[in-house]
Design a protein around this ligand. Sequence first.
Ligand code: 1GP
Length: 247
Amino acid sequence: MNPRKIEKYLLKESKDKTLCFTLLDSQTTNLKSLPKLIKTIEKSKASAIFVGGSTISDQTEIETLVNHINKLTKLPVILFPGNISGVASNADAILFMSLLNSENPYFITGAQALGAITVKKLNMEALPTAYIIIGDGGGAGFIGRARGIPLDKPEIAGMYALAAEYMGMRFLYLESGSGVKNSIPINIISTVRKLYSGFLMVGGGIKDAPTAKKIAKTGVDAIIIGSVLETKNYKTALLKITKAIRS
Ligand code: 1GP
């Protein structure tokens, strides 16, 4: 394996623009409509496809989805695991995440220890990622037993982000939860951006171009779009979002 192949690709891609990653949940993605979906993702110039989610427990289902994606596109597939069941073969890399603000050590270092040997066996690139949940965090907050960072306390988010940096985590994922009503408040994102110099991703509740644009303007490296892809209007919506973050 080329060490840090995906990491280098992401850093290069994000030098002069905000990237978009599309998130596919193996529980809800319809394999029959996958070719159309992948075409739209490619057309939108998204830079990678994340596969995962906080409630996924079927590893085989993930592997089947990744296999199908690999047949349809050369875009890198990056696992976004919610638990050890999210470690599946045949992806290009994995967000090796620690949910820093969980109350349960299992989600900070326990699952990571259990999953690490499998990642090694699969010879898969691990992207060291701090995962920080803002607000109640929807499903991810509930499953991960997060003590969500209060929406009016950007300085606390900043403290966690800085801790992530000092602990050597080169990626940071600020999460408000899949499908939540509101994305992360801009002042939280910009506070984190000022303090954290690694690869910063923001996801959860980003549904339209103006919101995506505002987030991109804070200087984040990537936004993650998941639930929008499950809507009727996903083609137009995704293209508008990716166009907005580039302009
Ligand atoms: C969820 O941040 C991702 O983990 C994406 O969120 O589904 O709301 O786009 P959405």
